[in-house]
Design a protein around this ligand. Structure first.
Ligand code: ZN
Ligand code: ZN
Ligand code: FE
Length: 753
C-alpha cells in the first residue's frame, strides 16, 4: 500500500475527484482527503497500477492545480475494499488557498449552450474555475466558510456537487439560476431598475454611461473604450488625467487593437488572466484618451461568465479600471462608488477579500510582474533560507505585506498606494485573515527605515521585535529571494525614493549585499531636492534645482514661474526645506522636464515612462552616451546634466537625447559593477527597484552585464517596485536575529556620506 502526501495548490481545484476517478480506473482501493497539509491518499492494488497511478497523478493533474511537493511512503496493506473521498481532516501545517481562477472553456461552452441547465447563468463555475481567494473566510476551503454559505444548493446542484464523476464535484461556489447569486441593475442612487440587468448594463455602456460592475475581487468602473466622450468623462470623474486605463475585450478582438504575440495570447487566456501590456496598433477603434502619450495598452480578456455577457458585436471594447477613488483600495460595495458611476451592475454574492487585477509586462522572451494580485495571491512561494514566523510590513507605495514561516512566504495582494484610513483598514483586515489562514503568528517584524510610512507606524505598534530595514537593501534582498540566492551579490537598486541611513533620499544605489548587511559602494551624487517628496509631482522644479546647483542655463524650462525659481534658489542657498537625493527616479524626472515633457506629472513614473517611450522612436544606429564621472563612491551626474543642456540648446532631437540618456545610465552602471567585481570577486548581479520596470534600461543592463561574464538576476515573478520589498524586509530581519543569536557581529554597514 502507498501513502501519498501532495502539497501545493491541490484544494478547491478538482484534485480529489481527479484522484478518485484515476483510482477507480486503475482498480485501486483506499481513500483521499483534504487536510491542512494538502492532500492525502492511501491506495492499494496491483503494483503496475500503483506505478501508473503515481505517474498520472503528476502528469495529468487538473489545470489549476500546482504541485509543490509529492511524498510517497510504502506501508503494509490495510484491507480497503473500495476507493472513497473522505471528509477533510483538520490539523496543523502549511496551508494553500487557491487564487481566483478565470472561467474555464468547458463552463463557457455550457454558458452559450441553449440546451444547458446553466445557459446564460453569469455565475457558472466548476472545480477548474471560478472564485476562490475572494470568497473564503476560513480554512480548510469548504462551502460553509465561503460567502456561498448564504445560498442553499438546489437539488440539481447538490447532485453534481456530490457526484465524484461530475466536473462540479465539491466545487464550493457551485450555483445555478435557481439557487445561486443573482444580478441586479441599480441607478446612481442605488435603486434597482426593472428589466434584464445585463441588457440594461449593455444599453448604458453603449449610450456612453459610466457603469460600476461587480466582479470577482472588487468593482470595475467600465465605459465604452471607443467612446471619446465617455472616456473623457471617466478621466474627469476619477481625477486621472493621464494614467493609462486597461481595456477588456474578447480574445478574438484583441489583435485589432494591439500587436499581440502568440505567447502573450496564451497569457491572456490563462487561468490567471492578467492585464498584459502590449504595443498598440497605430490605428484602432480605441479612444486616444485610453492610454495617452503611451505606445502600449493594457489589455485583458473576460475572466468571468458575466464579463463574457457584456460583449457583443456592437460593444467590443470596454475600459475596465479598478473601482476605487484615487489610490484607495478597490471597492467591494456599490455604495463606495456613488458619485463616480451613473449606474451599477451588481450581485448578491459578497466579496470578502478584495483583490485587484494583476498586471504583466512582456519583455523579449520573459515577463515582468508589475502588480501581483488576482490569479497569483495567496499562492505561497519558497524562500532560499528558513525563517521564524515573520511579518514584512512593506513600504508606502504599492503597499503589500508578507508573512513567512520556515521557507514559505505568503505575499498579500496589492493593497493600496496611500496612507489613508481605508488603506490601513484593508491592510489590517487582510493581515488578520492571512495570519489565521496560514497559521502564522509573527514573532518578528520588519519595516522600512522611513519614520513616517503607514507600514512603519503599524510595525511600531507591535509587541514583537521590529527590525528597521533600509529600503534599497530590501529591494535587492527581495530579488535575491525570488532567485533563491543566499550569498553576497552586487545589488543595483534604481528607484524613486527610499529613506537612507544618513537621512538623505536614496534611490540610485549600488551595494554589495547579502541578507545580513550591505555596503554602499556607489550612488548617484547627491542633488538638491527642494521641498522633499512634495516636489515629486513637479519635475520642472527638480530640473531647475539640479540645473541651478550645477551652474547651468535654465531658459528652456517650461511652465515654471520666476517666483518659483526665486523660491527654489533661496531654498538651495539657505538649505531651507532642502533634501539631498541620490534617486534615479528624480534624475529621470529632471531630464524629462528639461525636454519639456511633463513639467507636472499626474502619476508615479510618468516621466520615466515618457523617456523610455521616446527611445522607441530613436534612430536605429546606436547613439553615443553622455559623460559622467566615477569618483570615490559617487557617480557624478553633473557632467551628464550639462551635456543634456548643451544638446537641448543645440536643437538635438528628444528621441536622441532620451536614448543617449539611457545609454549613459547603462554605461556608468556597467563600469561601476566592473570595478566592484574586480575588487570583491563577486559575479552575481541583482537588478532591483521601480526604475527596473523601464524595459530599455532592464534589457540594456542584462545584455551588457552578461557580456561582461556576470550572472544577472532581475525581478520577474515578484514586482520590481515596492510591491515586493516586504519579502526582502522579512529575510533581512531574520538574518539580523540569527546574527544576534550566534553572536557574529556582521553589522549593517554604510560607506555613504
Ligand atoms: Zn469551469
Ligand atoms: Zn442550483
Ligand atoms: Fe522602492
Amino acid at each position: 500500500m502507498l501513502k501519498i502526501k501532495i502539497n501545493g495548490i491541490v484544494q478547491g481545484v478538482g484534485f480529489r475527484p481527479f484522484v478518485f476517478i484515476l483510482a477507480k480506473k486503475l482498480h485501486l482501493k483506499g481513500f483521499t482527503l483534504n487536510s491542512n497539509d494538502g492532500l492525502e491518499i492511501e491506495v492499494q492494488g496491483r503494483r503496475d497500477n500503483l506505478q501508473k497511478f503515481i505517474d498520472l497523478l503528476k502528469k495529468t493533474a487538473p489545470p489549476a492545480a500546482k504541485i509543490e511537493s509529492f511524498q510517497v511512503k510504502t506501508l503494509p496493506n490495510k484491507g480497503y475494499t473500495d476507493f472513497e473521498i473522505r471528509k477533510s481532516s483538520r490539523n496543523r501545517g502549511l496551508t494553500f488557498i487557491a487564487p481566483d481562477l478565470a472561467v474555464c472553456q468547458d463552463c463557457v461552452r455550457e454558458f452559450y449552450d441553449p440546451g444547458d441547465y446553466r445557459y446564460q447563468y453569469p455565475f457558472i463555475n466548476c472545480t477548474n474555475c471560478g472564485p476562490r481567494y475572494s470568497i473564503i473566510e476560513k480554512t480548510p476551503y469548504d462551502r460553509p466558510v465561503t460567502t456561498m454559505n448564504e445560498f442553499e444548493m438546489c437539488e440539481y446542484c447538490r447532485k453534481e456537487y456530490e457526484n465524484p464523476y461530475s466536473r462540479r464535484f465539491h466545487a464550493q461556489p457551485i450555483a445555478c439560476q435557481n439557487c445561486g447569486p443573482k444580478l441586479t441593475f441599480l441607478d446612481k442612487s442605488l435603486q434597482e431598475l426593472p428589466g434584464r440587468p445585463i441588457d440594461l448594463c449593455r444599453e448604458a455602456l453603449k449610450s456612453g454611461k459610466i457603469v460600476g460592475i461587480k466582479g470577482i475581487g472588487g468593482f470595475h468602473i467600465a465605459c465604452d473604450a471607443t467612446n471619446e466622450m465617455a472616456v473623457g468623462e471617466l478621466r474627469k470623474r476619477k481625477n486621472r488625467p493621464h494614467k493609462p486605463f486597461a481595456v477588456m475585450c474578447r480574445v478574438k478582438d484583441v489583435r485589432a487593437i494591439v500587436k499581440c504575440s502568440d505567447s502573450q495570447m496564451k497569457l491572456l487566456k490563462s487561468v490567471k488572466a492578467p492585464i498584459v501590456i502590449i504595443p498598440k496598433n497605430k490605428q484602432s477603434a480605441i479612444s486616444g484618451m485610453t492610454a495617452p502619450f503611451n505606445p502600449n495598452l493594457g489589455v485583458f480578456a473576460p475572466y468571468t461568465p458575466l464579463h463574457y455577457q457584456l460583449f457583443n458585436e456592437s460593444l467590443l471594447y470596454l475600459i475596465m479600471t479598478s473601482g476605487n477613488i484615487n489610490d484607495e483600495p478597490i471597492a467591494v460595495n456599490e455604495s463606495e462608488l456613488t458619485g463616480l458611476c451613473d449606474c451599477f451592475l451588481t450581485h448578491n454574492r459578497q466579496i470578502l477579500n478584495r483583490c485587484d487585477d494583476s498586471v504583466i509586462r512582456p519583455v523579449n522572451n520573459f515577463y515582468i510582474n508589475l502588480r501581483r494580485a488576482r490569479g497569483y495571491v495567496p499562492s505561497p512561494f519558497s524562500l532560499p533560507v528558513s525563517t521564524v514566523p515573520t511579518l514584512g510590513t512593506g513600504a508606502e507605495m504599492k503597499i503589500s505585506f508578507v508573512l513567512t514561516r520556515d521557507r514559505a512566504a505568503y505575499l498579500s495582494p496589492y493593497i493600496g498606494n496611500n496612507n489613508s484610513k481605508a488603506t490601513e483598514d484593508f491592510y489590517v483586515e487582510t493581515l488578520d485573515r492571512y495570519k489565521k489562514w496560514f497559521k502564522i503568528q509573527p514573532e518578528l517584524a520588519a519595516c522600512d527605515m522611513h519614520p513616517d510610512y503607514l507600514t512603519t507606524h503599524y510595525a511600531n505598534k507591535l509587541t514583537t521585535t521590529v527590525i528597521k530595514v533600509q529600503h534599497h537593501h530590501a529591494h535587492i534582498a527581495s530579488v535575491m529571494a525570488e532567485h533563491q540566492l543566499n550569498e553576497p551579490v552586487i545589488g543595483i537598486a534604481y528607484d524613486g525614493t527610499g529613506y537612507g541611513e544618513d537621512g538623505a533620499m536614496w534611490g540610485g544605489e549600488i551595494f554589495t549585499a547579502d541578507y545580513s548587511g550591505y555596503s554602499r559602494r556607489y550612488h548617484l551624487n547627491y542633488m538638491p531636492l527642494p521641498g522633499g517628496d512634495a516636489a515629486i509631482t513637479y519635475p520642472v522644479r527638480i530640473a531647475y534645482a539640479y540645473l541651478h546647483s550645477s551652474g547651468e542655463e535654465t531658459v528652456f524650462l517650461r511652465d515654471i514661474s520666476s517666483l518659483e525659481k526665486k523660491t527654489i534658489t533661496r531654498q538651495i542657498d539657505n538649505k531651507f526645506n532642502l533634501f539631498q537625493t541620490s534617486s534615479m527616479g528624480r534624475l529621470f524626472d529632471c531630464v524629462a522636464a528639461m525636454l519639456g515633457l511633463f513639467p507636472r506629472i499626474t502619476f508615479e513614473a510618468q516621466s520615466a515612462m515618457a523617456l523610455e517611450f521616446l527611445c522607441a522612436d530613436a534612430p536605429t544606429e546606436k547613439v553615443a552616451s553622455y559623460p559622467y564621472e566615477l569618483k570615490g563612491c559617487d557617480i557624478n551626474i553633473v557632467p551628464l546634466i550639462r551635456a543634456v543642456s548643451k544638446d537641448i540648446l543645440n536643437g538635438i532631437s528628444k528621441n536622441v537625447i532620451a536614448e543617449k540618456f539611457h545609454n549613459s545610465i547603462i554605461d556608468f552602471t556597467v563600469e561601476a559593477v566592473r570595478e566592484i567585481s574586480k575588487d570583491t570577486g563577486l559575479k552575481k548581479i541583482v537588478l532591483s527597484g521601480g526604475v527596473m520596470q523601464n524595459v530599455i534600461l532592464l534589457k540594456g543592463l542584462i545584455d551588457l552585464l552578461t557580456k561582461e561574464g556576470l550572472s544577472v538576476f532581475y525581478p520577474k515573478e515578484l514586482p520590481a517596485n515596492d510591491g515586493a520589498v516586504s519579502v526582502g524586509q522579512a529575510l533581512i530581519a531574520n538574518s539580523q536575529v540569527n546574527i544576534k543569536e550566534t553572536r557574529h557581529s556582521l553589522k549593517t554597514r554604510s560607506t555613504g556620506r
